[in-house]
Design a protein around this ligand. Structure first.
Ligand SMILES: Cc1ncc(COP(=O)(O)O)c(C=O)c1O
Length: 388
């Protein structure tokens, strides 16, 4: 039976971020799509329109909870996904990162137990490590459907953590999506045990066929706090995210204000104009087609070039593939070899708080060009063959 434990995050986010734009590197490690898939022209037009309308106001201090019009549009978008909230019940954040860090710092004291998916996003793990939390990793079910419900219920009931952090759609790195018919059940289990859920929704808009109903749709905000951003669906450089903290609204908005007073106004206004002219849905349609094509190329190349027995559960959208190897490989060595030939991938270990039993790697199919993606995977495949 798993027990909660203190841990030290094994990777530093800053090192990944600094590697992101290294010239000439075929970067299959980063968590972002390619520049050509960002709606740069539409965003600069939206920014121009916002500046023309509001002038100097855009460059002054602003309301700490974020641009009023944007908050209303975000609430309307959530309502379409079954979440009944008003704009006044959410606040904008500087990326999803700030939503996570605000909610965790409001909820978690040193030594508190926090349940997480295993594997989980390493940026979130670094925040937990800094907060001195003890983690309770919940294993995934292996069917692409997120945490294994029976084991999760048993562990949550036994340890009653302060909260559960879960990326409900296309989780990073596993690509797992909590099935629509399991969401309410998970919320009810947590509500019954008094466990707060922090639902990270950052990839939901990339799910093929449209964003699922979030877990927050099955709650009134007393159990689920919701964080998201437009970093994966529009542009990471905008740094616009938002948080629906529910009953923790007062503590969360005060903490956010302590951290940075408010988020950047010009980018919020640009996003508001972009959303107001309904530019997001056509953009998402384009992204879903592009991502599906990239994933198919990635899967095909992995089947051709990676060792027999390599498993990749096809995710329901997005651009990440999570590869599991039948044999234990020294992936640090494979990474060094691939790096020497100008290719980067993300080592699976950094997404775990304790060493996993098998070897994994996360591969981004959408940042490099299609030709680079194939070449990069071929190079990793031969580095894997050499490491056997
Ligand atoms: C699951 C998850 N949450 C949050 C973030 C951070 O998002 P942002 O860039 O909006 O701060 C990421 C970035 O990769 C992520 O994968």
């Amino acid at each position: 039976m798993n027990e909660p434990f203190h841990f030290k995050a094994s990777a530093r986010l800053i090192d990944f971020m600094r590697q992101a734009d290294e010239p000439g590197l075929i970067n299959l490690a980063a968590g972002v799509p390619g520049l050509d898939s960002l709606p740069a022209a539409a965003l600069s037009e939206a920014m121009g329109e916002a500046i023309a309308k509001e002038g100097a106001r855009l460059f002054a201090y602003h309301h700490p909870d974020g641009d009023h019009g944007l908050r209303e549009l975000l609430a309307a978008r959530l309502e379409k996904r079954g979440v009944a909230v008003k704009g006044s019940e959410l606040f904008t954040t500087t990326g999803c990162t700030q939503g996570l860090s605000v909610m965790l710092s409001v909820i978690v004291q040193p030594g508190d137990v926090v349940a997480i998916e295993a594997p989980a996003y390493y940026g979130m793990l670094e925040i937990l490590s800094e907060l001195g939390a003890r983690v309770l990793p919940l294993p995934l079910g292996g069917d692409g459907g997120g945490v294994e419900m029976g084991i999760a219920e048993e562990l949550l009931s036994r340890w009653k953590p302060r909260c559960l952090v879960i990326c409900s759609s296309l989780s990073n790195p596993s690509g797992a999506t909590v099935p629509e018919d399991g969401r309410e059940q998970l919320v009810e289990i947590c509500r019954g045990l008094g466990v707060r859920i922090i639902e990270d929704d950052i990839y939901a808009e990339l799910v093929d066929g449209g964003a699922p109903k979030p877990m927050r749709a099955f709650d009134d905000g007393s159990t689920v706090s919701f964080v998201s951003s437009f970093s994966k669906s529009i542009s990471p450089g905008l740094r616009v995210g938002y948080c629906v903290p529910g009953s923790l609204f007062d503590q969360a908005t005060a903490r956010k204000c302590q951290q940075d007073l408010h988020s950047a106004v010009p980018t919020e206004a640009a996003l508001r104009e972009f959303l107001a002219k309904d530019a997001l849905d056509p953009h998402l349609e384009m992204l879903r087609v592009r991502n599906a094509r990239r994933r198919a190329i990635g899967m095909k190349t992995i089947t051709r070039c990676f060792p027999a027995g390599t498993r990749v559960a096809p995710p329901r959208g997005g651009y990440m593939l999570w590869a599991e190897f039948a044999a234990a490989h020294d992936l640090a060595q494979v990474r060094a070899r691939a790096r020497a030939q100008g290719v980067a991938f993300a080592l699976g270990d950094v997404f775990y708080t304790n060493k996993p039993g098998t070897s994994y790697m996360r591969l981004n199919c959408a940042k490099a060009t299609e030709e680079e993606l194939v070449r990069g995977l071929e190079i990793i495949g031969s580095a894997l063959a050499g490491a056997d």
